[in-house]
Design a binder for this molecule. Structure first.
Ligand code: ZN
Length: 342
């Protein structure tokens, strides 16, 4: 079985965007506030948006199940207030739940959290609990920078974040560390802000003792771990200079990387440098890079092709990377699959 741990509903029906526009317009002009918290979207619309996109690619590329969450750039935690943020998260998560209900064999949900810059993530506990307990979601996306490129909140290792970690541990769900759009003109969203977020999160984990307080807390750093695998020697050396424990002991029970790296040499490096037990297969389709690589004739984000080309990957390692690691990092997914005798 091939589990893709990183997919977003980037192809949601247009009604979602219209709702958001109305919600944001109401921030300036309350009379424009949407009157309902329901979306007028039919199951047929949802089916069409999935069948022509994510499901089609799953079939073409030979993957089976996508861990699916709302569009990351759409989270835009820096816009609006607590109230609009909660409403928006519930609406986006509700659509994910509908996709997972319509295509239970192909998608399992991960939720967006109603984070707001400067507001304690304790305000996200309720949404996480609801999505996991009521809708069967298996994880969440946690934005390390809800300000959208200005990094105004404390680092992920600060006690500020502990309320959401306590709930994650209690529910036994991991978080993908995932920024949203950038409102800082210095940082292109997917080209710079995403990579910064991934790299920054790793360095924050390196410098603190978060996992002493939460030994079972798990994070997936997406996009191949940002710059981390490429600069692994730097991080090992910094840890040593700072009298921190070796990375292999200190972080690798809690921090994982996905394979959203869009060329073969990158995947080769990732799998050479990072222990296989810490790598989860992912493509982030349909997402950040949609085009076809003229050098290969295949989609940049068809990451399964790169993994398939890896030389010297044993059958056991291949199984870990495609399935076993995801089932270990997302225990609720494992339980769900066991229930289905998979
Ligand atoms: Zn993503």
């Amino acid at each position: 079985m091939i589990i893709d741990c990183h997919g977003h509903y980037t192809t949601a029906p247009r009604e979602l965007e219209l709702y958001r526009n109305a919600q944001l317009a109401a921030l300036a002009e309350p009379s424009r506030r949407p009157t309902s918290t329901e979306l007028a979207v039919t199951d047929d619309q949802i089916r069409e948006s999935i069948e022509k996109n994510q499901l089609k690619f799953q079939k073409e590329r030979g993957t089976d199940l996508t861990i699916f969450s709302p569009r990351a750039a759409g989270m835009a935690h820096h816009i609006g207030d607590e109230r609009t943020g909660k409403q928006w998260a519930r609406l986006c998560n509700g659509l994910i739940h509908r996709v997972c209900t319509l295509f239970p064999d192909n998608f399992v949900g991960v939720c967006q959290l109603p984070q707001v810059p400067g507001v304690s993530p304790a305000n996200c506990v309720e949404e996480l609990e609801y999505c996991v307990n009521t809708w069967g979601f298996v994880g969440c996306n946690l934005n390390p920078d809800p300000s959208g490129g200005y990094w105004t909140d404390p680092p992920l290792t600060d006690r500020y974040w502990y309320p959401i970690y306590e709930k994650m541990v209690e529910l036994d769900v991991p978080a993908m560390v995932h920024v949203s759009s950038s409102c800082n003109p210095c940082f292109h969203g997917t080209g710079a802000h995403y990579m910064n977020g991934d790299t920054t999160a790793f360095m924050q984990f390196l410098t603190a003792d978060l996992f002493k307080d939460f030994p079972t807390l798990k994070f997936i750093i997406p996009h191949g771990g940002g710059a981390v695998p490429y600069h692994w020697g730097r991080y090992r050396g910094l840890a040593q200079d700072m009298k921190r424990p070796p990375l292999s002991e200190h972080l690798m029970k809690n921090v994982f990387f996905d394979t959203c790296v869009y060329h073969y040499p990158g995947i080769e490096l990732l799998t050479k440098v990072i222990p296989i037990d810490n790598i989860l297969f992912a493509s982030e389709m349909v997402g950040a890079v949609k085009g076809i690589d003229p050098e290969t004739g295949h989609h940049f984000d068809d990451t399964k092709r790169y993994v398939d080309q890896l030389k010297g990957l044993s059958e056991g390692d291949r199984k870990k990377l495609f399935e076993g690691n995801a089932r270990r990092v997302y225990p609720r997914l494992d339980a769900l699959l066991k229930q289905r005798r998979m």
